[in-house]
Write a protein that binds this ligand. Structure first.
Ligand code: FAD
Length: 287
C-alpha cells in the first residue's frame, strides 16, 4: 500500500515511528518493541535509518517484519549523505525484494570527518531523483516548519524544498513542532511558493525532560510558554510528565484534525504505551 493513498483517503491518517536496533546484540528486544507498536495497527509505520549520521543494516529487516507479521504498510527511511551510489542501489534492491513500497528520502546528518568533495550526495533531492528513476516507490521528504537549522533563511529553505518536491516527492513529513500555528504559517508559505503536496504533521509526545533538552539542542524547535510551564511543573515526576506530554500531543493532534490536516505522524520512538494512549485519546475522532 502506498502512503500517498493512505494520506489522501477520506479517513484521517495516523502513523507511528519506530527505530531499528543499532547492533545485532539488541536486535531481538528492539524488534519486539517495534512489534508492540505495529500491533496497534496504525495506518502505517515509519522506520528510521541510522539517525545521527550512520547508515543502518536493520531498517529494511524491521520494516519487512512489521509488514509481513502485522500487514501494516511501512515507510522505510533512507539517508544518503554517508552513502555511495552503490550502497543506495543495494538498499533499494533490498527494499524492492522485501516488498517495501514507501521511502522517506533524506540527506541525513553530515559526518564531519569526510570532505564534501568525496561525497556522492549533497542533498536529499539527489537521492529522490535516483529513487524516482529506479522506479516503483512512493517517495516522501522531510520539511522544517521552523526552517532547517543549516538554512540561512526560511525563504531559501522553502525554495530548496520546492526543488526537492519537484525531484519526485509525493508528500512531506514535518519536523516536530509544539505550536500548531507554526505548522499553519508554514503551510501558507509553502503553498504560496507553489508546493502542493500533502504535508504530514509530525508530533512528538514529550514524556521526559532529558528527551526534550536533547531535541531542542538538535533541532532548535521552539517551545511555547504553555509547554514550558508544563515541563517546569511536571518534568521531575516521570509518570506525571508522561501523562501531561501525551495529553499535550493529543490536544495538538485534535486541533490539527479539526483544521482538516489529513495526516498525523507520531514520533513514538518504539514506545507502544505512549502510542496506544494517543490512539485511545483519538479513538472516536479518527473514525
Ligand atoms: P535536505 O532536504 O537535503 O536539506 C538539508 C539542507 O540543505 C537544508 O538546509 C536545505 O535548505 C539545504 N539545501 C537543500 N538543497 C540545496 C541546494 N541545492 N543548495 C543549497 N542548499 C540546499 N535523519 C537520519 O539520519 N535518519 C532518519 O531516519 C531521519 N528521519 C527524519 C524524519 C523526518 C520527518 C525529519 C524531519 C528528519 C529526519 N532525519 C533523519 C533528519 C535529517 O536527516 C536531517 O534533518 C538532515 O540534516 C537534513 O535532511 P533533509 O533530507 O531534510 O535534507
Amino acid at each position: 500500500m502506498k502512503v500517498i493513498d493512505l494520506i489522501e483517503a477520506e479517513k484521517p491518517c495516523l502513523s507511528f515511528e519506530v527505530f531499528p536496533p543499532k547492533t545485532s546484540g539488541n536486535y531481538q528486544s528492539i524488534r519486539e518493541a517495534t512489534e508492540q507498536v505495529a500491533a496497534l495497527r496504525p495506518d502505517f509505520i515509519s522506520v528510521t535509518y541510522g539517525a545521527g549520521g550512520g547508515t543502518s543494516d536493520y531498517t529494511v529487516a524491521i520494516s519487512a517484519n512489521l509488514q509481513e507479521k502485522f500487514g501494516v504498510p511501512t515507510l522505510a527511511h533512507l539517508s544518503c549523505i554517508n552513502s555511495s551510489h552503490q550502497g543506495v542501489k543495494k538498499q533499494l534492491d533490498a527494499m524492492r525484494a522485501a516488498k517495501i513500497e514507501n521511502i522517506l528520502a533524506l540527506r541525513g546528518d553530515v559526518a564531519k570527518d569526510t570532505p564534501p568533495s568525496e561525497w556522492d550526495y549533497h542533498y536529499a533531492s539527489e537521492l529522490i531523483r535516483e529513487i524516482k528513476s529506479y522506479g516503483g516507490f512512493c517517495i516522501g521528504g522531510a520539511c522544517y516548519p521552523e526552517s532547517h537549522p543549516e538554512s540561512p533563511s526560511q525563504a531559501q529553505d522553502i525554495a530548496h524544498l520546492r526543488e526537492k518536491v519537484e525531484a519526485g516527492c509525493a508528500f512531506l513529513t514535518t519536523q516536530m513542532f509544539f505550536d500548531n500555528n507554526i505548522y499553519y504559517n508554514f503551510l501558507y508559505k509553502i503553498r504560496e511558493a507553489g508546493i502542493t503536496v500533502p504535508v504530514v504533521a509530525g508530533i512528538m509526545p514529550v514524556t521526559n525532560l532529558k528527551q526534550i533538552k536533547r531535541i531542542i539542542e538538535l533541532s532548535g524547535t521552539a517551545l511555547p510558554q504553555r509547554f514550558r510551564y508544563l515541563l517546569d511543573r511536571f518534568g521531575s515526576t516521570s509518570a506525571a510528565m508522561k501523562q501531561a506530554g501525551i495529553i499535550y500531543a493529543s490536544e495538538q493532534i485534535i486541533d490539527l484534525l479539526a483544521n482538516d490536516v489529513p495526516a498525523i505522524h507520531v514520533y513514538s520512538m518504539n514506545n507502544a504505551s505512549v502510542a496506544a494512549q494517543i490512539q485511545q485519546n483519538l479513538s472516536e475522532i479518527l473514525k
